[in-house]
Ligand binder design. Structure first.
Ligand SMILES: *Cc1c(COP(=O)(O)O)cnc(C)c1O
Length: 421
């Protein structure tokens, strides 16, 4: 087995004392990863949610190759290039009407940092002192200090707690308790919050927790009433994951600011955008240099990333991508239904292409060893699954076939036989 143990690499979200090794992958294609020795893994979580159509989608790979023949990175202040201009125009067209400006960066976290900075800049330049951010319980918005502040407080960010800024925290809208969420949101908005940041329809890292489009719509309405800016963090939900191209479409709302990253290039290379309404851009527009938006990532609008993203948008426009997503939603529903009446699982839920379920076990919480045990169990069966504590979720690339999906769901069934209690 190709496992690397002796390595200077410090890996993300990894306790090296418990997980000393990492599989060394040499090849990726479609829904599969292949290790150096030929061992294969079915990538049932789209390599941490980024791969949309499948690994090494030919059109995207070709666009990257072609772009490398003319431009690598160039400075993006005072200079621009066609891939960035064309991509921005296309993004304005395909997102909900009103998101008219595109700010480039390079990861989901930076796109959220940019969103928060845009919101605070907006209020300051309008001469109002609004600086409070509202976020949801169980939220995840990234791992930088600003995004951790908006995210739920947990063991993941406990050491940095002294640095995290305070946010107003609204309870998660659990089924039947939605009004509490809306009431809390309304109270914070009435008190003059600058912005509300939310993952639309599903909270990802917080445990694949879903809530309805009506609640999302109501949240937007409340924010509008009090002028609080509505930031949609579509970093995970964007590009088909929830069944529609963007999750906000399902609630028929237009956020004031939206963040997209995973899936923007089909998952091939890093790129992110923060899009916003005209008023937010205009609040920064003045002959006064102090009102400029002071943010830049070194790799802002990387031409190769932009070319990959343009090719991805073409895949959405010119191929059967939407039909594939619809088909995957149906295939997932069929398979999830089998677990719905199964006492070894609770809260079997689906949102678009994502299925999640909680395994009934004695321990709970991410730190309980169950997630590591499950991960090893799945890996040994050639499945790349990464449970969040006892929550197992299947978030596959859209190229996955019914037979491949059967392998995943059979693996989950077997795991329940071994670990369920
Ligand atoms: C992954 C994620 C982020 C952070 O994106 P990175 O590219 O890992 O920095 C932010 N928000 C949400 C909802 C995410 O799922």
């Amino acid at each position: 087995m190709s496992i690397v143990t002796d390595s200077p690499v410090w890996r993300p979200f990894t306790q090296h004392a418990l997980q000393p090794g990492a599989y060394k992958i040499a090849h990726a294609e479609g829904a599969w990863l292949t290790a150096e020795d030929g061992t294969r893994f079915l990538d049932a979580i789209s390599s941490w949610w980024v791969i949309t159509h499948g690994h090494r989608r030919p059109e995207i790979m070709a666009a990257i190759r072609k772009q490398t023949e003319t431009l690598d990175q160039i400075i993006f202040a005072g200079f621009t290039h066609e891939p960035a201009e064309a991509l921005a125009r296309r993004l304005v067209e395909i997102t909900q009407p009103g998101l008219d400006y595109v700010f480039y960066s390079d990861s989901g976290s930076t796109s959220v940092e940019v969103a928060i900075k845009m919101a605070l800049g907006y209020w300051r330049h309008r001469g109002e002192t609004r600086a409070r951010v509202i976020a949801l319980e169980h939220a995840y918005h990234g791992d930088t200090v600003g995004t951790m502040s908006a995210g739920a407080r947990s063991v993941f960010n406990a050491p940095y707690e002294p640095l995290l800024f305070d946010v107003a925290r609204a309870p998660f809208p659990h089924a039947g308790a939605e009004q509490e969420t809306l009431d809390a949101l309304e109270k914070f908005c009435r008190e003059g919050a600058a912005a509300f940041i939310v993952e639309p329809l599903i909270l990802g890292a917080g445990g694949m927790l879903t809530y309805s489009a009506q609640v999302l719509r109501e949240m937007k309405r409340i924010c509008e009433t009090y002028g609080t800016l509505f930031i949609a963090d579509e970093v995970m939900t964007g590009f088909g994951r929830t069944g529609t191209l963007f999750a906000c479409e399902q609630a028929d709302i237009v956020p004031d600011i939206a963040c997209y990253s995973k899936g923007l290039t089909g998952g091939a290379v890093p790129l992110a955008v923060t899009m916003c309404k005209r008023e937010i851009y205009e609040a920064h527009y003045a002959r006064d240099r102090a009102r400029a938006f002071f943010h830049s990532s070194s790799y802002t609008a990387n031409p190769i990333g932009c070319a990959a993203a343009l090719a991805n948008l073409e895949v959405w426009e010119k191929t059967d991508a939407r039909a594939r997503v619809a088909n995957l939603c149906a295939m997932q529903a069929e398979r999830a239904a089998r677990f719905a009446q199964d006492s070894r699982f609770s809260s079997v839920r689906q949102l678009g292409t994502i299925v999640a379920l909680d395994m009934t076990v004695a321990q709970s919480g991410y730190l309980a060893t169950i997630s590591l045990d499950l991960m090893r169990f799945f890996n040994a069966r050639g499945l790349l699954l990464r449970p969040l504590g006892p929550t197992i979720y299947v978030l596959p690339p859209y190229c996955v076939t019914g037979e491949e999906l059967d392998l995943v769901h059979a693996g989950i069934d077997e795991a329940a036989r071994q670990f369920g209690g």
